[in-house]
Design a protein around this ligand. Sequence first.
Ligand code: GUN
Ligand code: ZN
Length: 437
Amino acid sequence: MSLSEITAYRARILHFTAMPDPHTGAGVEYFDDGVLLVERGYIKALGSAADMAQQGLDLQQCQHFPLHLIMPGFIDSHIHYPQTRVIASYGEQLLDWLNDYTFPAEMVFSNPDIAAQRAQEFLQLLLQNGTTSAMVYTSVFAQSAHAFFAAAEQLNLRMIAGKVMMDRNAPPPLLDTPASSETDCRALIEAWHKHKRLQYALTPRFAPTSSPEQLAVVRKLYRAYPDVYLQTHLSENPQEIAWIKTLYPQSRDYVDVYDHYELLGARSVFGHGLHLSDREVERLAQSQSGIAFCPSSNLFLGSGLLDMARLERAGVAVSIATDVGAGTSFSQLRTLADAYKVLQLQGQNLHPLKAFYMATLGNARALQLDNCIGNFEPGKEADFILLNLNATPLQTLRQQSATHWVEQVFALMMLGDEHNIARTYIMGELVFQRGAH
Ligand code: GUN
Ligand code: ZN
């Protein structure tokens, strides 16, 4: 095997080939001493160091991180880039939080220079947290979406994003119109959808801030561009749901509002979905729509606890997301820890293998990106992270007392944050190294 165009990384390695079964280990591939081979940005091979050596690999050629864990980059299925600087804003639940903090913060994104700078700042935070792909809300201003895509292109990131559409119930400077949003979305799709590693998501903020006329535009665009995505919010907060009843009196329920405009489907990701009726859950399942579980946001805004077991029983794909800035961390480690606690409160468990599956291959599947990212199958894009399991004195003590690697990754999930991300690689290139400036 020639190493001339291949880089070899030797470390502990964990990834998933399917939804894991913690009892049998099916779907899990773990190497205590593994080697990941990357060729020109793509995964070439993966195996134990012993097997690789037997196949002729000179282990001396490896970049060796004996104490670190390599995993595929994390994927975040729901996050707002204009909300970075209002993360951790005090005292409100959803509707007041939007009015008092979020909408004012999004106003400055009309300025393309500010938007460009904030997009870079946001993407750096993702990389520092080991998140290599995300499904992202920009702001209502088309220029903020252009700025985001340009910044992501510069870093060669695989990202899904869209311009927020909202034409009512927000401050006038933040409103578009059905016609302007159609023109802007068409231009953005033409410019960015499937351009390099970028894809477009139609992004009506949520039904309360779109008129029926605007939702009809979203339907028209989703029909015209069936391979784009759709993202919006659903059933997050009781006051929001009561408001939906007054705004859409003809609809049976919240899901029915989106259903009426043909917005459900396998490429549609609905944030939250906390307070759904059985009928709504069934309809989401039937239509193969996804739910983005945002535990840190749901706790922070006091929105409620996601009954994940109920959704999964019904066959709804549940992905995991930070929902920054209502979520209080960019870290998927912290998000998984919050998910664990939210489920514990309901007598449900989140096994660490399932949790790390969700943050990687599970989210890739939920976003229909598993053909190119999510695990270390040969041929996939080499977006991966190097995790330090001993980022604090307490973590070191806990890791030393663990008797099995699964116990170690559970401690990583419960105690970890961005300080555990030692390095982040995009298409085989080192783009973030902790401690290096
Ligand atoms: N519902 C409508 N907009 C938003 C938002 O920006 N964040 C959250 N968490 N919920 C929303
Ligand atoms: Zn959100």
